[in-house]
Design a protein around this ligand. Structure first.
Ligand code: SDX
Length: 394
């Protein structure tokens, strides 16, 4: 039978590929993109440089950066027919459901993406188009939810500035875009850019391993990210903190609920499959939280609830024994909120940041000519059943 199969639910101890893109050390709390420490990249680089690094393997020179930006600026527009998809969604359609559909629809407007044996040029063009169009797709989802007119991309603006302009239309002669806001979002996008074989990235790889086109493979990753145990946690954290605040801020009560095996409530934003000491991204975001809210003159009461909850959990044996620490999603939503985004847009912002990582991993899988992903199972069902005609079934 299949006695040689080793069952590993959730792939907790299974390496599914070899990769040279991102390195995690869960015990040390290390995260490197192509060998560069996340702390250095978050502090000294930009999201566009990091996207280039992940996808092409090296930090770009100034000339490479300028050309990358120029290529992107040529492809930020969506085909006008894509507006019909936005019109078709009901007003309260979740942004992640819209994003899955809209990204997958890109292949309908880019025939080269469906070439079963794409040339290097086809692949490179498909990558540039996806990187370029994602901010437009995302900002128009937000504008659509408000019933406001779409704002078109402006090629003279940098990547994050252009996204903020299309989303909030903040670029006017008088006020311009607040550089604090642009820098904060750029840092968050860097911190979300890749994370080795997490649920959504593994999904992108396995879908791409069937020969499926890049937009549809990425759309599959967006679906996986939507789940509250994965990227959807950043929305669930804010909803949890709001719940605790409105319930009088009794963090002990909610910590006890999270420990109660008969209660489905989990402390959202806590725990991680790999990090068993701390999530380096959470540390960076927590520090940035105070600074950004202070610079923007925002006093958000749920930040205090978050800190109180973190302190209580980090001193509770249940969480300490299970090595449960705040992850990337615990504080990120507080910054997104301070930047003016509604809660249901948070996971879409995670996807915007994760896009270069998904692309890099899909590209590496294809370049390495990896076989189609097809895991086995341990069968525990019945065998040798006698067929009974429907007339004789009771
Ligand atoms: C992301 O993989 C990645 O890299 C993901 C990510 C990325 O960048 O791509 O880092 C992004 O998805 C971060 C995680 C966001 N999700 C959440 O914050 C949701 C809450 N966290 C949990 O659902 C959980 O911690 C996971 C999903 C993150 C990890 O789950 P595991 O590794 O399968 O661990 P587990 O569920 O087996 O938990 C081990 C124990 C269990 O208790 P016991 O059975 O040992 O008694 O810890 C408990 C769990 O019940 N536990 C929690 C908990 N997380 C785990 N108890 C209360 N609250 C929690 N949040």
């Amino acid at each position: 039978q299949t006695s040689y199969i080793t069952l590993d639910s959730g792939f907790k101890n299974t390496g599914c590929t070899k990769s040279a893109i991102t390195f995690l050390d869960g015990e040390q709390g290390l995260l490197n993109y192509r060998g560069y420490a996340i702390e250095d990249l978050a502090e000294k680089s930009t999201f566009i440089e990091v996207a280039y690094l992940l996808i092409y393997g090296n930090l770009p020179t100034q000339a490479e950066t300028d050309n990358f930006k120029l290529q992107i600026s040529k492809h930020t527009l969506l085909h006008e027919d894509m507006k019909k998809f936005y019109d078709a969604f009901p007003p309260k359609a979740h942004p992640m459901g819209q994003l899955c559909s809209l990204v997958s629809s890109l292949s309908a407007f880019s025939p080269e993406s469906l070439n079963p044996n794409p040339s290097k040029e086809d692949i490179d063009l498909g990558i540039i188009k996806l990187i370029a169009k994602m901010p437009t797709i995302v900002s128009w989802i937000y504008k659509g939810s408000l019933g406001e007119p779409f704002i078109y991309p402006k090629s003279k603006l940098d990547y994050v500035e252009n996204f903020m302009n299309m989303t909030f239309g903040q670029v006017t002669e008088e006020i311009g875009i607040d550089p604090v806001v642009v820098d904060a979002l750029d840092k968050l996008l860097i911190l979300h850019a890749d994370h080795e074989q997490n649920c959504s990235t593994s999904t992108v790889r396995i879908v791409g391993s069937s020969g499926c086109n890049l937009p549809a493979s990425i759309s599959a990753g967006i679906s996986a990210l939507w789940g509250p145990l994965h990227g959807g946690a950043n929305q669930a954290v804010i909803e949890m903190l709001e719940l605790i605040k409105n319930d009088g801020g009794d963090t002990e009560k909610w910590i006890n609920k999270a420990k109660d095996k008969n209660d489905p409530f989990l402390l959202m934003g806590f725990g991680h499959r790999v990090y068993k000491n701390f999530d380096p991204r959470a540390n960076i975001i927590k520090k940035a939280c105070d600074k950004i809210l202070d610079k923007l003159g925002i006093n958000d009461p749920i930040l205090e609830i978050a800190k109180k909850l973190e302190d209580a959990a980090l001193n509770d044996p249940y969480f300490v024994e299970r090595k449960l620490y705040p992850n990337v999603d615990f504080y990120s939503g507080i910054i997104y909120r301070a930047l003016g985004f509604p809660t249901d847009m948070f996971t879409v912002l995670f996807a915007l940041g994760r896009l270069p990582g998904w692309i890099a991993q899909w590209k590496e899988m294809r370049e390495n000519k990896e076989p189609i992903g097809r895991p086995r199972q341990v069968y525990v069902g019945e065998v040798n059943k006698h067929f009974v005609a429907i007339a004789d079934r009771v």
